[in-house]
Write a protein that binds this ligand. Structure first.
Ligand code: TTP
Length: 207
């Protein structure tokens, strides 16, 4: 347990140590938005290759649970891992290997709707609990200048589907249905519930 200051009535707040098993700076930013700062960041290194004909939801849950199984956590600590997957129909669009693949992804997404699936898992002494959140995103039809400009920005690097809604590609997204934070990498409502259930206090738990 870690001392986390006093609550409004002057009582000491104790919370378990939190390990973030993710290299994603977006996930750290989103956790900070709800007042959660991990005590350690240890990304789990796992093979993220989809199985043949694997669909996005089961793929995303499988990869997240593999990250949960690989994360380094001591007894009493809480660990959080997640995975974000972009899907068009039955096709999974991962993180582009290079600019050419990023261009192919953007051209496939241009003028169409796609799905963004994020799975978050929290590991504690109680075991592993996870939630899968699916959102829909419409990307406007992109001009060559927009595709080329975005590719040159490099913002697509390390992003599932080759774009990030929270960056300049936000100008490509006129409509979403679902959870903005989940599209960005971590569904905050579900994450807060999982953390609280694991005994980790989260802002917004006023009820
Ligand atoms: C669709 C989309 C994805 N992303 C990012 C979130 C994730 O960082 C990344 C998807 O890759 P992930 O494999 O989910 O995460 P990661 O490789 O960055 O980190 P780790 O595996 O260690 O947890 O894409 C955005 O930032 N914005 C978006 O709009």
């Amino acid at each position: 347990m870690t001392f986390d200051g006093d609550d409004d009535d002057g009582r000491a707040v104790l919370r378990p140590r939190l390990i973030l098993g993710s290299a994603s700076p977006r996930r750290r930013e989103l956790l900070a938005q709800i007042g959660v700062v991990p005590d350690g960041v240890f990304p789990a290194d796992i093979d993220e290759t989809p199985f043949k004909a694997e669909l996005a939801r089961p793929y995303c849950a499988r990869v997240t649970l593999a990250k949960a199984a690989a994360v380094q956590r001591a007894a009493g600590e809480v660990a959080l891992v997640a995975d974000t997957t972009v899907a068009m129909g039955r096709r999974i669009l991962g993180k582009p290997e290079d600019e050419k693949e990023a261009a192919a992804f953007l051209l496939a997404l241009s003028g169409r709707r796609h799905r963004v699936v994020t799975c978050v898992a929290v590991v504690s002494d109680k075991g592993v609990r996870h939630r899968v959140v699916e959102s829909q995103v419409r990307m406007k039809r992109l001009s060559d200048a927009e595709v080329n400009g975005y590719l040159a920005s490099g913002d697509w690097r390390g992003k599932a589907g080759g774009y990030a809604i929270q960056g300049p590609a936000g100008t490509f997204i006129p409509w979403i249905s679902g959870s903005y934070s989940s599209i960005m990498g971590l569904p905050l409502a579900e994450t807060a519930v999982l953390l609280r259930d694991a005994g980790y206090p989260v802002e917004g738990g006023w009820s």
